[in-house]
Design a binder for this molecule. Structure first.
Ligand code: BES
Ligand code: MN
Ligand code: MN
Length: 461
């Protein structure tokens, strides 16, 4: 049935997906605020067209949250679907083979910023709903369940809209299951559900050493250089072996269980392919005494995202910079708390700051890590859907990334299912982000199967 829907409607669906992906809804850039709204409006129009009697743009200081409810069916289970319509900035632009907001199909893949993260996956949920919905009214057939959509526009930029909304109106999380489709299969042919996400502590470290930039000949040798001071502080935050030098940072880390470690060892994994095709570097770095899965899933990280200061234009300018800033973030793992790590980082930087520098740590945003128990029957229903469509139930793995709103999505006690239909090489946040169309088509089948099965069996809580 659904396979037929997908086959029949393929050209139309692709056109719609292109329209959605063409909207440059970059939440971090104020210049794209109107585009974020256009993406929200696009979704709202689509949800109305699909017969949702309740469609709302929840407004506030940031980008709107899209909320929709299917025609109510009393006595039937409710599933809440989460995704985000905002995307990361597309730069470096010159590395894109086709422009990031001119969605282009090559070799069965659609290339665009947001193709996999997360507009393509939101689209997949929408179309899965379209495939199983009745003609609109509760009595018109279709899968016997209530579907609610919550799609935010600030996931990528640390906004507060959705978290404020869910704290003010926790009823919105009342459901028999929450599905978060913002991740990928473990590998081609191996669907996944995630048992943990890392948390985050994002900060800016600002250093000032002088009142103004100076001639590097007249004062070089005596004047403190802000960039040099900053990079020494940064270097002091991590050893060459990859151990983060923030005091007590590792104390709260809960190591993975013996069961997890054993299961991770059995996962198919081609280290050479991982290094060459995904990491695209010459060697892997980090704590060698831990496996790669432990390093990306179960240990904290500290990354420097960018450094600003001094002269970076064309040509040469001989200057001693008076100020410099770095953007850094730590990924947090179960046991760690954002607030505590923010304090630990602030203290560690203060301890590394030399007396000639004014050093400030500004915490930009953060969130706690998440762990979920996948024993709830809703997971078994999704496994069955994956099995029917792809031949395999989902493997249990962890994710290295973060989705700050996940803890709040479980506020009313519903099991939160972390999954997705992307592939590991989709290139999230990178140039030439893509989604394999076969993943999208089979994903539509998976989620519509899930809706049908969940409607019949419910979460059986
Ligand atoms: N979809 C990702 C999160 C993700 C990536 C989960 C890979 C699992 C595997 C999400 O859109 C994302 O990028 N989140 C940000 C959150 C941050 C800005 C707080 C992240 O992880 O950097
Ligand atoms: Mn995402
Ligand atoms: Mn992302």
């Amino acid at each position: 049935m659904v396979r037929k829907f997908v086959q029949r409607e393929r050209a139309r669906l692709l056109g719609e997906l292109r329209d959605f992906l063409a909207i440059p809804s970059v939440s971090a850039l104020p210049a794209h605020a109107a585009d974020c709204r256009r993406a929200a409006d696009w979704l709202a129009a689509e949800l109305r067209r699909l017969g949702c009697p309740t469609v709302q743009l929840v407004e506030g200081r940031g980008h709107p949250v899209v909320w929709a409810e299917s025609p109510p069916r009393s006595g039937c289970p409710t599933v809440l679907l989460y995704g985000h319509y905002d995307v990361q900035p597309p730069d470096p632009l010159d590395e894109w083979i086709s422009p990031p907001f001119d969605p282009t199909v090559r070799d069965g893949r659609i290339y665009a910023r947001g193709a996999a993260d997360d507009k393509g996956q939101v689209f997949c949920l929408l179309k899965a709903y379209e495939a199983v919905r009745g003609a609109g009214a509760a009595t018109d057939g279709g899968a016997p369940l209530n579907v609610r959509f919550i799609v935010e526009g600030e996931e990528e930029s640390g906004g507060h809209m959705i978290s404020d909304l869910l704290h003010a109106e926790p009823w919105r999380t009342e459901a028999d299951a929450v599905v978060v489709a913002d991740m990928s299969y473990f590998a081609p042919g191996i669907p996944a559900v995630y048992t943990a996400l890392r948390g985050m502590c994002y900060a800016e470290i600002a250093v000032r050493t002088l009142r103004r930039d100076l001639h590097s000949g007249s004062y070089g040798g005596v004047a403190p250089n802000a960039i040099e001071t900053l990079v020494r502080i940064l270097a002091g935050l991590k050893s060459a072996e990859g151990e983060i030098q923030v005091p007590k940072l590792y104390a709260a880390v809960e190591p993975p269980t013996a069961g997890e470690l054993k299961a991770w060892k059995r996962l198919p994994f081609d280290k050479k392919r991982f290094l060459e095709q995904e990491v695209t570097g010459k060697a892997l770095t980090g704590l060698k005494q831990h496996s790669i899965f432990e390093r990306v899933w179960a240990l904290p990280t500290l990354e420097i995202h960018g450094i600003r200061g001094g002269f970076t234009g064309d040509g040469a300018k001989t200057v001693i910079p008076a100020q410099a800033t770095a953007k850094v973030s730590l990924r947090l793992v179960p046991g760690q708390r954002f607030e505590q790590v923010a304090q630990q980082l602030t203290r560690a930087v203060a301890a590394l700051a030399p007396r000639w520098a004014d050093v400030e740590v500004r915490i930009l945003h953060g969130g706690d890590p998440v762990q979920v128990d996948t024993a709830s029957p809703a997971y078994a229903v999704l496994d069955e859907a994956f099995e029917q469509v792809t031949g395999k139930p989902a493997v249990r793995v962890r994710a290295g990334g973060s989705i700050p709103i996940v803890p709040e999505l479980g506020l009313a006690g519903a099991p939160v299912i972390l999954t997705g239909i992307g592939l590991p090489d989709d290139g999230l946040h990178s140039p030439n982000e893509k989604l394999d169309l076969e993943q999208l088509w089979s994903g539509i089948e998976v989620f519509s199967r899930f809706f049908e099965l969940f409607g019949k069996k419910g979460g059986a809580r």
